[in-house]
Design a protein around this ligand. Structure first.
Ligand SMILES: Nc1ncnc2c1ncn2[C@@H]1O[C@H](COP(=O)(O)OP(=O)(O)OP(=O)(O)O)[C@@H](O)[C@H]1O
Ligand SMILES: Cc1ncc(COP(=O)(O)O)c(N)n1
Length: 274
């Protein structure tokens, strides 16, 4: 087997395994990428919600990144839940030093279950110091509105406008996810030369915990394989759609279950009791 490319995720741990580090590593593995990780926080979490958050000190986050970067030379990096401003600032410094190649920033602020995953001061640090180093950022419409200080998008036109305006914050590309129009799901990708609206039918499921992490990790996996941002985003959309479709019938946990990160060509023996 060929040596796989390496991607690094800097994110929080989700004990339920649906989002955060766990979703990122599962996505990397499904897409043929070796995943390394720097944990920013331990969340006590299941499919019903976030019950507690235990931050990892920012210097320990930096140490994790430093050893991985010097030993494994990741070709792409993804950030998710950063938790506090000290960690966001420390990462911005690492990015400015060129240590976070092909950086995908998923500006995680609040979980689907409505729990704050970042202190109020993270937003400004992320916007002013980290985003200018990103190859692409992947906010949903609420996160985009928070970064821009405007109201949430009420139409595709607003969402497109948000994606364009995010480029002014200095990132090389921005994909604003989570638009819904007449049952279709809309993502808008803006680059300095182009704006693309990507639409697909909404998948009716309650198992949608971790879609944002899975999407951003899949973009990072594509970049680690050498894809352009445009192609990495298209491939990531296809991966998330497959992950949502495969898990429609699942009953994992009592709340919003995870999407499937299991490769469709899974070699796990079927029909055997374990
Ligand atoms: N029910 C669905 N049907 C089709 N596509 C979906 C559905 N839910 C999410 N997606 C897709 O998943 C990707 C991630 O977008 P989403 O807006 O869910 O991110 P997010 O809000 O950041 O997620 P999270 O709340 O997990 O952090 C996008 O490509 C979006 O279009
Ligand atoms: C550690 C961690 N990172 C990110 C999310 C966001 O995912 P979601 O919006 O699906 O809850 C989460 N819940 N937990």
């Amino acid at each position: 087997m060929r040596t796989p490319p390496v991607a690094l995720t800097v994110a929080g741990s989700d004990s339920g395994g649906g989002a955060g580090i766990q979703a990122d590593l599962a996505t990397f593995a499904a897409l043929g990428v070796h995943g390394a990780s720097a944990v920013t926080a331990v969340t006590v979490q299941d499919t019903r919600g976030v019950h507690a958050i235990h931050p990892v000190p920012s210097d320990v986050v930096v140490q994790q990144v430093a050893v991985v970067v010097s030993d494994l030379a990741p070709r792409a990096t993804k950030t998710g839940m950063l938790g506090d401003a000290a960690t966001a600032s420390a990462l911005a410094i690492l990015a400015a030093d060129g240590l976070l190649p092909r950086l995908v920033v998923d500006p995680v602020l609040v979980s689907t279950s409505g729990h704050a995953l970042a202190t109020h001061d993270v937003l400004a640090v992320m916007r002013d110091d980290l985003l200018p180093h990103a190859a692409v950022i992947t906010p949903n419409t609420d996160e985009a509105a928070a970064l821009l200080g405007c109201s949430p998008a009420a139409s595709l036109r607003d969402q497109t406008d948000q994606a364009r305006r995010l480029l002014e914050l200095g990132c090389a590309a921005a994909v604003v996810t989570g638009g819904v129009d007449a049952g279709a799901r809309l993502d808008v990708l803006a680059t300095p030369t182009d704006v693309q609206v990507m639409a697909g039918p909404g998948i009716d499921t309650r198992n949608d915990h971790g879609t944002g992490c899975t999407f951003a990790a899949a973009v990072a996996a594509g970049l680690a394989h050498g894809l352009t941002v445009d192609r990495a985003v298209t491939a990531a959309r296809a991966f998330v759609r497959a992950a949502l479709t495969e898990s429609v019938q699942w009953r994992l946990g009592r709340g919003r279950g995870p999407v499937s990160h299991l490769a469709p060509s899974s070699t796990v023996p079927r029909g055997e009791s374990v």
